[in-house]
Design a protein around this ligand. Structure first.
Ligand SMILES: NC(=O)c1ccc[n+]([C@@H]2O[C@H](COP(=O)([O-])OP(=O)(O)OC[C@H]3O[C@@H](n4cnc5c(N)ncnc54)[C@H](O)[C@@H]3O)[C@@H](O)[C@H]2O)c1
Length: 251
């Protein structure tokens, strides 16, 4: 029980990597607040975790919904020990001349501005617990990704934000880190693959990008987040941890 009676807020915690985080933290005794725009899926996931967890409807691209969700978490649990900024989208493969600046801004709003706003509203509560913040960025933040300029830029923004916020937050005893996954077997991954000419071949090619020969499963991401949320990582802050099965080694 490495997170007993402590409270974790997971954006996009209903499915994919967020669901993996929710499951791992709940197993370790944590109280999980799932913030997700898909409230049906969020309620289902919260129910599967057992008693004492909560699902809240929240579209993280809307600052007002973020503010009221944080208030609802405090009403319910009275504290926040860890914030995982995970909710994100990956648009279909699109070259820059086919994605307008307005559309790119939409990607940044969901993937990056939400991270900023969540931290903005949760900070006063994290100060009280000397908590942790974990931003789910991506390997594309440092390596780039063809036909995904807006996505990769939003993930790069999350990473540089992590480093700068870690400097500010060190004064409060709050640690801030990011994880940089390569390829994780999630609904998002399958949706993205289905936008390509041959989805099955794409999924096989993606699995082979990891020297260990497969994609990650979602709880592997959750376990890394748990590490970053506990004393086990007490001397780590401002880092972007590659959680990529070695995918970045042989580029
Ligand atoms: N899957 C991968 O291989 C991979 C790799 C690197 C980084 N990531 C990042 O991990 C994060 C999670 O990805 P995933 O693959 O688990 O995605 P997913 O689509 O499988 O699950 C995302 C969850 O976030 C929720 N969500 C989406 N937009 C939201 C919004 N505006 N407000 C609230 N909730 C919202 C969805 O309802 C869903 O529950 C994303 O930030 C993604 O960029 C994923």
């Amino acid at each position: 029980m490495r997170f007993s009676q402590r409270v974790v807020v997971v954006t996009g915690g209903a499915k994919g990597i967020g669901e993996g985080c929710s499951r791992v933290f709940a197993k370790e005794g944590g109280l999980v607040a799932i913030l997700d725009r898909d409230i049906q899926a969020a309620e289902q996931t919260a129910q599967c975790l057992g008693e004492n967890h909560v699902a809240l409807p929240c579209d993280v691209s809307d600052e007002k919904q973020i503010a009221s969700s944080i208030a609802a978490v405090i009403d319910r649990f009275g504290r926040i020990d860890c914030l995982i900024n995970n909710a994100g989208i990956h648009p279909p493969d699109t070259p820059i001349d086919k994605m307008t600046p307005e559309e790119a801004l939409g990607v940044l709003r969901v993937n990056f501005l939400s991270t900023y706003a969540m931290c903005y509203y949760a900070l006063e509560h994290l100060k009280k617990t000397k908590g942790t913040i974990i931003n789910v960025s991506s390997m594309t933040a440092v390596l780039g990704q063809r036909n995904s300029t807006a996505y990769a830029a939003s993930k790069g923004a999350q990473l540089s934000f992590t480093k700068s916020l870690a400097l500010e937050c060190a004064d409060y005893g709050i640690r801030v880190n990011a994880i940089l996954p390569s390829n994780v077997d999630t609904p998002l991954m399958h949706k993205w693959a289905s936008s390509l000419a041959d989805p099955q071949a794409a999924l096989q090619r993606i699995a082979a990008l990891q020297p260990i020969g497969r994609m990650a499963d979602v709880e592997e991401m959750g376990r890394v987040c748990l590490f970053l949320a506990t004393e086990d990582s007490s001397f780590i802050t401002g880092q972007g941890l590659h959680v990529d099965g070695g995918a970045s080694l042989d580029y």
